[in-house]
Ligand binder design. Sequence first.
Ligand code: C2E
Ligand code: MG
Ligand code: MG
Length: 764
Amino acid sequence: MKTDDVLTQMPHNPAHVVPGELQEIRPESPREHYLESILNGSGMIAIIALDTDFVVRYHNPSARKLLGYEASELDGRRLSQVSVLGLDDVERFGAMHQGLDSDGEYHYSLGYQLHGKNRQIECAISALYDHRQELHGFILNARDITRRAKQQERITRKAAEEQCLGVLLRLSLEDRDVESFLQQSLESLLQSIPWLNLLPKGAVFLGESHRQQKTLRLVASYHLTDAVTQTCERISFGWCICGRAAARKELLYIPDTDDARHDVRYPGMEPHGHYAVPILSNRDILGVLTLYLPPGHGEKEGDKTFLRRVADVLSMGISKRRAEQTLAFQAQFDDLTALPNRSQMICHIDQALVRSRRHGHVGAVLFIDLDHFKNINDSLGHTVGDEVLRQVSSRLTNTLRKEDMVARWGGDEFVVLLTESGRQPRDVARQAQLVAEKIRDALSIAFVVGGYPLNVSTSIGVALFPDNNETTTEILQQADTAMYRAKAEGRNCVRFFLPVMQMLANERLVVEQDLRWALAQGELQLHYQPQVDASGCLVGAEVLLRCPDRKGGFHRVDLCIDVAETTGLILPVGEWVFREACQKLKAWTDSGVAGGLRHLCINISPKQFLQRDFVSLIQRIIDEAEVAPGCLVLEITENILIDAKTDAVETMDALKGIGIRIAMDDFGTGYSSLAYLTRLPLDILKIDRSFVTGISLDERNAAVVEALMAMARQLRLQVIAEGVENDDDLGFLILKGCEYFQGFYFSPPRPTSEFNAYLEQRSL
Ligand code: C2E
Ligand code: MG
Ligand code: MG
């Protein structure tokens, strides 16, 4: 039998079948009667008997009920016309023929709708042969398996759900940070839940508190456009769908038809609904999982139950990570103050020590102890004591720079680490002293606890490192020892471990105070050192600052300049020097004593030179003093070039534009490359006194100076030799072609009145 034959033989008009043959099988004998009642009474099984042309010859009541057909709709129809059986499908019909030909049987199942409900049936068609083994017809058995299929589907879905939750559970236990865990979980979820029929899009938010305001921060997203991730980066609780799910702590189903569903709008937004699932831990909101629904997606209890379980697994993963973070925090931070604890500080000092040794930096450790803190604890109780310690911590943190570190050492002790503060121990000692004083000031303001003011003073010990080969423990011991010295010397003070450090720090502190005082009181002074030509005639003078000390003398100028540089005082001090020198020059010129004084050389430090409005400041002072710019030489050092090469050249050009000349001071001591000389608009080279003093006896210095002279000649620069102390040196320098000189051999730097007299003498 061929499929094509059977299909073409099918009668299209049921009227073609002879009516007499359409009747149900008529019982002829009691046996047949008996058989008929079995067939008709077979409640579960639908039976349809067919002749050899697949024309329906019999159907039992179950068949009519199962297929939803009246008897008249079945009688005399060919099987392919009973469309509900699905055999009008050419392929299935063909398969049936093949099955019947080879096995005498064909089994299949199919689904259809009956009275608006989905049904699933299972069918078997078998060939019937008579006693002569001739084909007599076919019999079709069908039964309703809707309930079983549903049950099967439920079991399959349950298994898939469990498998999906299992994967999420595994991810939650893996060693990855919370954001990566949520991203992975979201991806895995959306790739493994086809039964939910969602859009393949979603996001996870984590709840955060910002200044009393609760927000959701987007931490994971799947297939969302940039427009969405940017718009939804942070959502307030109660705002939009996810914010509402968080505020209400309820799973929200929002269909696409709900027009008020989104508070947030973004470009390219298309119709969609949401399941927004709160991630809860004991009624605390940890975050929200949001999944996108296609238009028309209904609300299903089964989906919601599953998604709540997903949220539970996510909650577990987030909580696990938070717990781990807390443990890690406790291992490194102090519970009470949240400052780094002792072990973290030791690690940092270890590292700082290694870095300092490698890079030649100097650092400092400060050991801080609150004076008589025990009294507060004993008299006011530990709660008050704890609050004071918390306030001390926040004041310490606010007082220090970001790169410094403070730790609670234990009890009322704190340790501060100042790393890589400088290369010179004395600079670092000074800086550490300043920081320690700042800390003492900050902690000296009364602490208000429970409405009452409490005063606390502080003793601080300082140790610098690296000194020799000391270890972290030894450095801490040194700082501790210094702290005990501070306590022994009356508390409420700062002490250094090494007395020499103490001295240096004190000295710089005194210089700073005296500089401030002298500047404010007009007590700074200028000394002038003559510069002469080979015949000893005055050509100019260098202006040198002097700051009075408290014993009637002057502080060392290089120390004053250093302190002024580190404290920023150099700007007002430098301005004062320049103005004062200009005014004196004007006075000498006006009074006619200037005589051979063709110029004044004024030292300018890098900080001054590199300030933004330096040129206009110089111009203003020159204008005010009414001096000729051609009579002024600014002495700069090579450090300026190291600090800012390009800006420095621009400033030099601008100064030359005004008519001021520029001298390179202390030449030969700093920058190793001389190539820059050709690129700079210089007028004068001042050869440093370390080459000049004793030059007639030092061959190596002589060779250097000779080379410098030759180079200066090439570049048409004037040369002034500094530090000429004797006749031999002078003679040697003249021989090598040097034209101008400065040094004790001619004159030391002289106070203004003395220099005035010196000028007067020369102008006679
Ligand atoms: P400098 O600019 O090289 O000044 C020359 C220094 O050499 C002066 O030291 C001077 O007293 C000293 N000196 C002069 N002749 C001789 C000599 O024959 N033998 C020896 N051994 N030394 C001699 P002073 O006055 O102590 O100044 C030291 C440095 O302080 C100056 O070196 C300069 O760099 C800086 N300085 C002085 N005044 C100022 C100022 O107003 N501003 C700035 N930024 N720096 C200044
Ligand atoms: Mg100088
Ligand atoms: Mg010099």
